[in-house]
Write a protein that binds this ligand. Structure first.
Ligand SMILES: Nc1ncnc2c1ncn2[C@@H]1O[C@H](COP(=O)(O)OP(=O)(O)OP(=O)(O)O)[C@@H](O)[C@H]1O
Ligand SMILES: [Mg+2]
Length: 459
């Protein structure tokens, strides 16, 4: 912003003698006597003489030529501060037209219009040029000092306007930068807040889960073991009942035998014998589910004392997990694998398997009546590996999307989903300092992407 003041002037007039006059007025030859100057500075030190401002005057003898000079000057980034323009130039453009053209190229150019007569009324001219603040009128014959003062004042005015405009631009840039920085801060904060909310939910759920799991574990344990015992006992009872039934006809007296038979039919003993094992089986399955939920809950809240961080092969983990869930997938989807070569990653391998299992089972559960495809891809991206589980199932509605990582959020029927799969997975991925994200389109399918650092530096 500390450029030297602009003292470049343009004179457009078709009368050559006017140019000589202007030159004399604005560019007086300063008499210099080098010998005298040298003596002066030897006597008084290096003194800076106050000099009259030096103008650089360029001449054009018609409007078109003037415009050409201006265009060239602008291209060279050496703009004029001020133009003196003759009003009446019969050969080409008149002053008004010339000024219009000049301002198209350099709107900030200060202009003095010089004239002896007036072809326009000044009001009309000012009106036509829309420029009360850039245009002055100099009537011929003019006074030398008047020309000098105009040149000085208007060149200074041009400089000030340029400085103001540069400052405004600079300020606007600063405001723009600051606004951007603030916006980024706001976005970042929102992101952190939502993460905080998520991790708070997880933490409080974790405490709850640890307590509940602990309380439930014991009764579940003895119910489960009692059911097994009960099943065994019932088998024995059944053998005994069968034996009794075979002996039924031999019982004497015959009325007693009839009585036994009537009782057997009344109690629907055959049905009971069939139904009791089914009830026991269902109860055992139910209890098995409870055991699984408790296990999930414990996993969820676990501080992970038993597990250790180690370098493991993610692909092996995926494959063994796929084996475990094979029966769940069998009738629902084909699995396609696109594995990229992966380095071993530092992780809690069994927990990552659990993430994969949740994602794959969710994908299978998202299939409609038709058989679908689950595509599992992996790859490396600088310091991270990534894993994607994509399905062509029914997709997730946009308004549901932000809730799917919430603990206990499920859209599945009671008994089928607990809504813990994804929140568990989220917790596990975060523990690995990784990231899990989802993109989905209703009716098209869903893709989950997990990104995990290869190393847990300073973890
Ligand atoms: N691949 C998917 N396609 C469609 N919806 C999905 C998919 N994965 C998750 N969802 C939606 O997100 C919800 C939450 O998933 P999450 O795995 O946490 O629980 P869940 O599958 O319902 O129950 P759980 O996993 O505990 O058995 C699901 O109920 C379902 O609505
Ligand atoms: Mg699930």
């Amino acid at each position: 912003m500390n450029q030297s003041p602009n003292r470049r002037l343009l004179l457009i007039d078709d009368t050559p003698s006017i140019h000589d006059d202007f030159r004399k007025i604005l560019m007086p030859v300063v008499e210099t006597n080098q010998a005298l100057d040298a003596m002066e500075s030897a006597l008084f030190g290096d003194t800076t003489k106050a000099r009259a401002p030096v103008f650089e005057l360029h001449s054009a003898y018609g409007g078109e030529e003037g415009l050409q000079l201006l265009v060239t000057a602008m291209e060279r980034k050496q703009p004029y501060a001020l133009a003196f323009v003759d009003m009446r130039m019969p050969q080409g453009w008149d002053g008004a037209k010339t000024i219009e053209e000049l301002w198209k190229v350099a709107p900030d150019l200060q202009v003095v219009i010089c004239t002896a007569y007036s072809d326009y009324s000044w009001e009309d001219l000012l009106e036509r040029l829309h420029a009360h603040d850039r245009l002055l009128i100099l009537k011929k014959p003019f006074d030398n000092i008047e020309v000098q003062q105009m040149a000085n004042t208007l060149a200074n005015k041009w400089d000030m306007a340029r400085r103001a405009s540069l400052q405004t631009t600079h300020l606007e840039q600063l405001v723009e930068q600051r606004t951007q920085a603030l916006q980024m801060e706001i976005d970042e904060r929102k992101h952190l807040e939502s993460q905080l909310v998520q991790s708070e939910k997880l933490a409080s759920l974790g405490q709850l889960a640890a307590g509940v799991a602990h309380e439930i574990n014991n009764p579940v344990g003895f119910i489960s073991s009692n059911l097994s015992t009960l099943e065994g006992y019932f088998n024995q009872l059944q053998q005994m009942l069968d034996a009794y039934q075979r002996a039924e006809a031999l019982v004497t007296p015959p009325e007693q035998s009839e009585q036994l038979k009537a009782m057997r039919l009344g109690l629907e003993l055959d049905f009971l014998k069939e139904d009791i094992p089914v009830l026991i089986k269902e109860s055992r399955e139910g209890i098995g589910r409870v055991v699984q939920i408790v296990k999930d809950l414990k996993n969820f809240s676990r501080v992970d004392n038993e597990q250790t961080w180690q370098f493991a092969n993610l692909q092996q983990g995926i494959d063994s997990t796929l084996n475990i869930v094979a029966s769940e997938l069998k009738y629902k989807a084909d699995v396609v694998k696109h594995y990229g070569a992966l380095p071993e990653i530092e992780c809690l391998a069994s927990q990552l398997n659990q993430v994969v299992m949740n994602l794959v089972i969710n994908a299978a559960q998202a299939m409609g009546p038709e058989r679908g495809t689950i595509t599992i891809s992996t790859g490396v991206d600088s310091e991270n590996v990534w894993l994607e589980v994509a399905d062509n199932g029914y997709g997730i509605a946009p308004q549901t999307l932000q809730k799917i990582f919430d603990p206990f959020f499920t859209t599945k029927p009671v008994g089928e989903g607990t809504g813990l799969g994804l929140s568990l997975s989220y917790g596990i991925v975060k523990k690995h300092r990784g990231d899990i994200s989802v993109s989905s389109e209703l009716g098209k399918g869903t893709t989950f992407r997990v990104v995990l650092p290869i190393r847990q530096t300073a973890a």
